[in-house]
Design a protein around this ligand. Structure first.
Ligand SMILES: C[S@@+](CC[C@H](N)C(=O)[O-])C[C@H]1O[C@@H](n2cnc3c(N)ncnc32)[C@H](O)[C@@H]1O
Length: 235
């Protein structure tokens, strides 16, 4: 299938891509940057950082797309001079082509953004002291238990167009790949997704969403949740 993508400017001036096959944008048209900062940085990364008890944070991103979340995350660590080590594992089976990335890069005017896009795929790449990025062409459904993650950015296209990625089996797979007290954040607030996360054993919070969205979800893998899943598996 040929994927047709167009560059679009969003309400806060930042850019996103529009996939005309799926009739879906990569970010909110009410502000790509604003959405990523709100959902993934403020309510994910900045919330978890002070609670970390280890000096290594493993982050999984489902849907690397334009690399915006990855850029904002790494930039956050660098700007704030955090001493913590970072492993950022970004999944993207359909990488955006170089021409579009160059256009996005021009809009960004940030060296780090183009550095991230120049990194090789499917290998660990050190971008800064203690910060490793692994851009992977794996699909989330096929992820193997090689690492345990502290923070998950679930940024797949919405359930309307990619319902199989929001299936409880995929969410359960992710739960199993997370460390205790790990955080899962998503822009999606669909009732079925929330109920599935709760059923798996996450403690789920409905938080105010970014502009244009009433709510978003943050789910924590508590110790109780782990015990619940283990009991379910024994049944
Ligand atoms: C909403 S966009 C992600 C936006 C991205 N986080 C950004 O900052 O630009 C969803 C992404 O999920 C990717 N995707 C599609 N199927 C996938 C799969 N099975 N596993 C992981 N990612 C997938 C799409 O190619 C697309 O880039």
């Amino acid at each position: 299938m040929k994927i047709i993508l167009e560059l679009k400017q969003t309400a806060d001036g930042s850019y996103t891509l529009y996939n005309s096959e799926l009739n879906e944008h990569y970010h909110s048209i009410h502000g790509a940057n604003t959405e990523s900062l709100h959902v993934f940085i403020q309510n994910g990364l900045a919330y978890l950082l002070p609670k970390m008890t280890s000096n290594q944070m493993n982050i999984l991103e489902v849907g690397f797309g334009t690399g915006l979340n990855c850029f904002l995350t790494i930039n956050y660590f660098i700007e704030n001079k955090f001493k913590i080590k970072v492993y950022y594992h970004a999944l993207e089976p359909y990488p955006v082509d170089k021409k579009l990335i160059n256009k996005l890069s021009n809009g960004f005017q940030h060296k780090l953004y183009s550095e991230i896009h120049h990194l090789k795929w499917n290998v660990d790449q050190t971008i800064n002291d203690g910060i490793v990025i692994h851009k992977s062409s794996e699909m989330v459904q096929h992820l193997k238990l090689e690492k345990k993650y502290d923070l998950v950015f679930f940024d797949a296209f919405g359930p309307r167009v990619e319902d199989k990625l929001w299936d409880i089996s995929v969410l359960k797979l992710i739960f199993n790949l997370m460390n205790s007290n790990g955080i899962f954040v998503t822009y999606c607030a669909k009732g079925q997704v929330r109920r599935d996360l709760e059923q798996i054993g996450f403690k789920v919070e409905r938080l105010p969403g970014p502009p244009g969205k009433r709510e978003m979800l943050r789910a924590t893998k508590t110790n109780n949740g782990t015990q619940k899943l283990e009991a379910d598996l024994k049944e």
